[in-house]
Design a protein around this ligand. Structure first.
Ligand SMILES: NC(=O)c1ccc[n+]([C@@H]2O[C@H](COP(=O)([O-])OP(=O)(O)OC[C@H]3O[C@@H](n4cnc5c(N)ncnc54)[C@H](O)[C@@H]3O)[C@@H](O)[C@H]2O)c1
Length: 264
């Protein structure tokens, strides 16, 4: 739930990919709570009904974001249905990684296709409408793993690094047309995707929590709070930014001195 009664997005349409689970779902819920209609996009319906319950004028569009012609058709349908596109938030993503010499070409292709090409395709499909409106806010969900290396991150990290720099370039190209583009770089957030990546590795999870300076994993709602800020006019002068939301994970390395000094 939101901690305020802002209706910053009343009458606005937010297109949210990856809307059926985890971070995309939390973002769609938050934008809906703040008054937006949601065009929810995902390859499966999942928990989408939670969004519809908050914002009855919202609609779900089943789509594989890596399929170019399907993306074009779906976005055209969204514009026919709503006649506008105020916000695009791209959260559809998958996590396939591993040491590069063991990574199958098919896994590399899937990861780049969904995470990076899917982001490109959706943004390309929404830009003509935003350019016509001379307004729009695009928020891409990247990752701290797109800013710094993580062991065996390979394809996933490459895809997210691509999203970070693509976002900055869009900010340069379309800012003068009233379209702001920013990315969020989440740390380790409790979602099915994280569970799939580290669920079998309790020692890895403990280490992540130890390195996260607030001492816990993040919640999807904490990413949604940042996303709704970037999507809103409250961020009217924020463009081309990569906002790290990671509980301090990437602030620096821990060596146990804090515990030694009794600060935990
Ligand atoms: N959970 C984390 O720790 C974390 C950290 C950094 C970044 N992220 C990023 O956040 C985004 C959301 O991830 P999440 O953790 O909420 O995972 P999630 O698995 O809960 O949600 C991902 C959603 O994307 C959808 N999706 C997958 N492939 C798709 C496709 N081809 N077309 C359309 N939809 C598709 C899934 O059906 C699912 O609903 C991803 O881009 C992920 O890389 C997650």
């Amino acid at each position: 739930m939101t901690t305020n009664n802002y209706k910053r997005f009343s009458g606005k349409l937010a297109i949210v990919t990856g809307t059926s689970s985890g971070i995309g779902l939390a973002c769609a819920r938050r934008l809906a709570e703040e008054g937006a209609m949601i065009a929810g996009i995902d390859i499966k319906e999942g928990d989408w009904q939670q969004v519809k319950a908050l914002s009855p004028d919202s609609r779900f569009y089943k789509l594989d974001v890596s399929d170019g012609s399907a993306v074009k058709k779906t976005f055209e349908q969204v514009i026919v249905d709503y006649g506008r596109a105020d916000i695009l938030l791209t959260a559809a993503g998958i996590s396939k990684a591993g040491p590069l010499h063991m990574l199958e070409e098919a896994d590399w292709n899937d990861t780049i296709d969904v995470n990076l090409k899917g982001t490109y395709l959706c943004i390309k499909a929404v830009l003509p409408t935003m350019m016509k409106q001379h307004s729009g806010s695009i928020v891409t969900i990247a990752s701290i793993e797109g800013l710094n290396g993580t062991e065996c991150g390979s394809a996933y990290n490459a895809s997210k690094g691509g999203v970070v720099i693509l976002t900055k370039n869009l900010a340069m190209d379309y800012g003068r047309m009233g379209i702001r583009t920013n990315s969020i770089c989440p740390g380790f957030i409790e979602t099915p995707l994280l569970e799939q990546a580290i669920g079998q590795l309790p020692a890895f999870k403990d280490d992540i929590i130890r390195e996260t300076k607030v001492g816990r994993l993040g919640k999807p709602e904490e990413i949604a709070a940042a996303a709704s800020f970037l999507a809103s006019d409250d961020a009217s002068y924020v463009n081309g930014h990569s906002l790290v939301v990671d509980g301090g994970y990437s602030a620096g390395h821990s060596h146990g001195i804090v515990e030694l000094m009794g600060l935990s």
